[in-house]
Design a protein. Structure first.
Length: 214
């Protein structure tokens, strides 16, 4: 069952579109915007271990560096809206996996548009590149690239007053024309080791199957 989710994760899905659909349980919030309060909240979420492991991500230089790249990119982007408030980085258990998480909020003096926020904040370095000034097209043209469809895309709901909540569409399965796909990804930084990254991919695949009862 998709309701077998990690603490704090969000169940989401859509189907009947283009002869397919997707269903997932994501831990990652791209943003939440409260129009009445002019309050924006988001998170940096990067760095992963199995929850059953006693290895602390906070003591792992590679995982901390990977996470800080996401924090720095978000702070740079959010500074155009107001002065960000940043929580300490902490480990967040979402079931099978534990991640590094930093909460970030902004009190904006001006109203913000939902679609503009999605365009400005997506993709964070957790899914894209750092720095964000690097041309994204080279990544799309790498050998072995395959269509990820909606994997990693912004997935949100906007209310009538302009408020909204937008997730990052990870930890999901997608299906189209009789085929089912389960996408996973990992962050690669100079300290990355191929064997560890490969194991992280397998761990995330297992987490999706566990959460969705597959």
């Amino acid at each position: 069952s998709a309701l077998n989710k990690g603490s704090g994760s969000s169940v989401y899905g859509v189907w009947g579109v283009d002869d397919g659909g997707l269903l997932g349980v994501t831990p990652e919030l791209l943003f939440e915007w409260d129009q009445a309060r002019h309050h924006l909240s988001t998170m940096a979420l990067a760095g992963t271990r199995l929850s059953a492991s006693d290895h602390s991500l906070l003591d792992d230089p590679k995982e901390k560096n990977e996470h800080q790249l996401v924090v720095d990119a978000l702070l740079e982007e959010l500074a155009t809206y107001g002065t960000p408030s940043v929580s300490p980085t902490y480990e967040w258990n979402v079931g099978t996996l534990t991640h590094l998480r930093t909460d970030i909020t902004v009190e904006s003096k001006n109203g913000l548009d939902f679609e503009m926020l999605a365009r400005d904040l997506h993709p964070t370095p957790a899914l894209g590149l750092a720095p964000r000034t690097v041309d994204f097209h080279w990544l799309k043209n790498l050998d072995g690239h395959m269509d990820r469809a909606r994997f990693g895309a912004p997935f949100g709901v906007r209310w009538a007053d302009g408020s909204g909540r937008c997730l990052v569409a990870i930890r999901n399965v997608q299906w189209v024309k009789g085929k089912t796909f389960l996408g996973v990804g990992c962050g690669v930084v100079p300290e990355s080791q191929p064997s560890r990254e490969w194991q992280e991919l397998l761990n995330k695949q297992l987490a999706v199957k566990t959460m969705l009862g597959l």
